[in-house]
Design a binder for this molecule. Structure first.
Ligand code: T46
Length: 135
């Protein structure tokens, strides 16, 4: 599976580091929504769904976590532990987030507003959905 990771430009100086993200420049889509998760309970696994249309960039801006990506044929585990690194997650991709460090803050930049009808939360339904183009 092709994993798309972005390394963002760091504007560092003797005061510290700063990262700026602009839609259609650093981020390959218009950003309609930003959300983030923190204080994740030890041992918790989140996600367990795919999206029909939504594209996202996941950035672990503090601490670390792991992302499992599954396109229905292949699976890949991507560790995220750098505030200057973004993982692109396309639509049609099953995702699970886990192994959060106690201090992890996972920020997500999303191409669409929140829409529950865009979620595929059943794994068998996901497999059927992604195999629709194989026929
Ligand atoms: C994804 C992964 C990486 C909202 O009201 N608005 C929002 O924008 C989001 C993302 C969630 N919510 C509500 C819906 C649920 O009641 O917040 C609650 C937790 O959401 P959810 O269980 O979907 O969270 P995760 O961590 O399983 O998944 C989230 C995103 O929903 C999903 O799009 O790709 O993070």
């Amino acid at each position: 599976m092709q994993i798309k990771k972005y390394t963002f430009q760091i504007h560092g100086d003797d005061r510290g580091q700063l990262i700026a993200l602009e839609e259609m420049k650093d981020i390959p889509f218009e950003i309609k929504r930003v959300y983030y998760m923190y204080d994740t309970v030890d041992g918790v696994r989140r996600g367990f769904h795919a999206h029909k249309c939504l594209e996202q960039i996941l950035i672990c801006i503090h601490g670390s976590c792991k992302i499992l990506l599954d396109n229905g044929k292949e699976k890949e585990i991507v560790p995220l532990d750098k505030p200057y690194e973004g993982l692109y997650v396309s639509n049609d991709m099953w995702r699970e987030m886990y192994d959060f460090s106690p201090d992890a803050v996972l920020m997500v930049l999303a191409s669409e507003f929140y829409d529950e009808s865009d979620y595929i939360r059943d794994y068998d339904e996901f497999l059927k959905y992604v195999s629709r183009n194989d026929k």
